[in-house]
Design a binder for this molecule. Structure first.
Ligand SMILES: Nc1ncnc2c1ncn2[C@@H]1O[C@H](COP(=O)(O)OP(=O)(O)OP(=O)(O)O)[C@@H](O)[C@H]1O
Length: 453
């Protein structure tokens, strides 16, 4: 307890931390808590599972206890599941304060959320899309007085990809005061460092864990070379082996697409494995995750919606059904195991087409993955059966109009973003045409140049 107190935390808060099992500060906590308590902005980059959440929750609670009002702190995070997880940490550690929090995420009733926001909770934990929707549509709450703006998984929030938060962040940044403390955390901040520094401009305290390797020591990282056509048989074999040898282990299997996630889940269920799926097209995401967290289901099959931040101590193995295209996605995925000093294993299935991706990963994490060996004869024994089952599941899923639903969801999302789906489709088609023409043009020029040579 003395150690948390030595960082400047009040005795009641250090005691509360001790009660929930946080006895000695982790390095990121020891470095960042004093800086935040001094009123500085903070950029914290530390490995997965190293306690970044408490590094911002604890000093915010201390500041809140000295001057309690709502809305005092806003935490932004990329996924709904993470928002709930962070809210839980605030609730548990802030219990003696009678902390009021409000989770603002998609998929839940807007009106109920607006009402909760109007009651001035101390802390709002939100995904950018839903919070921006509230800011655009209602004036029943204000963020103008908030003291802390926190971005967890900050690099993900700032990166422009398939789920782009830029427009929503603009709305949110307009609504928060310029005079505030900004805290930014992630295990992978480097790509977006420039943008982050412009957000946290108040003498930011920057902290990065000193370590050559970017993943944790306790993690055993393996790869398994498999031909694309037999990947699923290897997966079934791996799951069977882990289930036979370690009944109490929980496993997360990451897939590339929602469809893959759904098909693999159906397939594993056909073989009576206790699996549950988690992807962005599901309605019951919280229920699925709760079943996995409580170990009712020992296997979670998920897309990258579960790659960041989720803290489930029982996870012993992560299997990458596809090799992640970006090293940082790999770092976050495998970081779902071997957390807080525990041991864990990550196995990445690598096909003939993915070897360059493994090299990129190894270069980024500064470590060579070791080969994982399996008895190929055992895999061959189940190969035909697994491939037939997969095909059956795919046909079943087609009957459930999965692709059609995906299209409808996309259109709904565009309408929510204020876009016209038909116009967007036209625009995309035109863009594709232009790109094709440009490509043809370039090829012609190159042919002419080559002939001249
Ligand atoms: N000082 C501490 N002592 C013991 N356990 C701790 C301490 N701080 C945090 N933990 C535990 O470590 C686990 C991981 O913490 P947390 O989820 O904050 O990691 P993280 O750094 O945010 O990881 P990620 O990058 O994956 O989001 C949690 O279960 C948390 O309760």
């Amino acid at each position: 307890m003395a150690e948390f107190r030595a960082l400047g935390l009040a005795p009641w808060l250090a005691e509360q931390a001790r009660q929930v099992g946080l006895v000695r500060p982790t390095p990121v906590q020891a470095a960042c808590i004093p800086a935040v308590l001094q009123g500085r902005d903070c950029l914290g980059c530390a490995k997965t599972g190293s306690g970044k959440t408490a590094a911002f929750v604890l000093p915010v609670l201390q500041a809140l206890s000295e001057d309690p009002y709502g809305i005092f702190c806003l935490v932004l995070t990329p996924t709904r599941e993470l928002a709930y997880q962070i809210a839980e940490q605030f609730r548990v550690l802030g219990k003696p304060l009678g902390l009021k929090d409000c989770v603002v995420v998609g998929g839940l009733d807007m009106v109920a959320q607006a009402l909760e926001l109007s009651r001035k909770p101390h802390v709002v934990i939100a995904t950018p899309g839903r919070l921006a929707d509230h800011l655009r549509s209602s004036n029943t709450f204000s963020l103008k007085k908030l003291k802390f703006l926190i971005m967890d998984e900050a690099d993900r929030l700032l990166e422009q990809g398939c789920a782009d938060f830029t427009a929503d962040l603009e709305v949110i940044l307009e609504a928060v005061p310029a005079r505030r403390q900004t805290l930014l955390f992630s295990a992978t901040l480097t790509d977006t460092l420039k943008e982050l520094k412009s957000l946290a401009a108040n003498r930011p305290f920057c902290w990065e864990a000193v370590s050559e390797v970017r993943t944790v020591e306790e993690l055993d990282q393996r790869y398994l070379l498999v031909p694309e056509a037999v990947k699923d048989a290897y997966l079934v074999h791996l799951v069977q082996t882990f289930q036979d040898e370690h009944e109490d282990w929980s496993i997360i299997i990451f897939t590339k697409t929602c469809k893959d996630c759904q098909v693999l889940n159906m397939m594993l269920r056909k073989y009576n494995f206790p699996s549950v799926a988690l992807h962005s097209m599901m309605k019951q995401r919280f229920a699925a995750l709760a079943k996995f967290k409580s170990s009712i289901f020992k296997i979670l099959i998920a897309t990258d919606v579960a790659a960041r931040g989720l803290d489930i101590p029982a996870v012993q193995v992560v299997i990458n059904h596809n090799t992640p295209g970006l090293p940082k996605i790999y770092i976050h995925r495998v970081g779902r195991t071997a957390r807080a000093g525990r041991k864990g294993m990550a196995i990445t299935l690598v096909t003939q087409y993915d070897i360059h991706l493994v090299h990129a990963i190894e270069e980024e994490i500064k470590l060579k993955l070791q080969e994982f060996s399996v008895e190929e004869k055992l895999v061959l024994n189940i190969l035909t059966q697994v491939n037939v089952t997969r095909r059956e599941c795919e046909i079943e899923l087609e009957g459930m109009d999965f692709d059609e639903k995906k299209e409808i969801n996309k259109r709904k999302q565009m309408i929510l973003e204020g876009k016209d789906p038909d116009l967007e489709a036209k625009r995309k088609a035109e863009l594709a045409k232009i790109k094709k023409k440009n490509k043809q043009c370039r090829e012609k020029v190159q042919q002419v140049l080559q002939k001249r040579k």
